[in-house]
Design a protein around this ligand. Sequence first.
Ligand code: F6R
Length: 261
Amino acid sequence: MEVIIQPNKEAAAALVARIVAHELRANPHLVLGLATGQTMECLYRHLVRLHQTENLDFSLCRTFNLDEYVGLFPADPNSYRYYMNHHLFRHVNVDIRNTHLPNGLATNLNEECLRYEATIKGFGGIDLQILGIGKAGHIGFNEPLSALHSRTRVKALTPTTLKQNAGAFGGEDKMPRRAITMGVGTILECHRCVLLATGDSKARVIAQAVEGPITSMISATALQLHPRATVVVDEEAASELREKDYYRWIFDNEPEWEHLR
Ligand code: F6R
């Protein structure tokens, strides 16, 4: 796992956008895994800017989102389909037919989960997966006790997640209690993953995810098992990491990161 510390949330999101751009330019057919949430809004702003100012081309890439609420229509402003259209897809030249999210309205949700997995596999797997992290350590909606080998499935959201996301719904009682999410095992199969976390509310869980023991209670700790996982944080989210100076030294000196410095 590599940790990159940036001075603030804009710089952290800009760096992740540059990683996406680098991979997309190297492989225009990139299969890109995407996340939603407040942290990602900043990343998508930077990607839109790269599309507008540097012609970053999304026309051949395919995208797969990590998750979607059960029971929300795509036109519902709280659905992740709506979020993705609003923050990214309609501002860049992605072919909307190449953008995939689980269908939280499927009559048979278990079959939908299998279909989603098969579609990912059909495109050869995810090349680059972007991840955020919940305050209780989830990636996607892999809530505490998600098996580290879990596949795409329906998960019940924990009280912490309900509280974290309730604002947009106008209260916990108005939000779906279940979501379809890629499993931890599904996520670990991607070729490369980049987790973006910003703000002091993520400091504790980032320290646990990066430097703590691997546990299904904090699904982000499973990224320690991934051969190519990068965690990009701002100073606030990095504040509880013990080995900050070491991570900084690596980023400043390793030739691999030359193109991002
Ligand atoms: C949603 C997802 C979640 C979020 C996480 C952080 O697609 O993958 O794991 O990344 O809940 O959300 P924010 O950025 O709103 O704190």
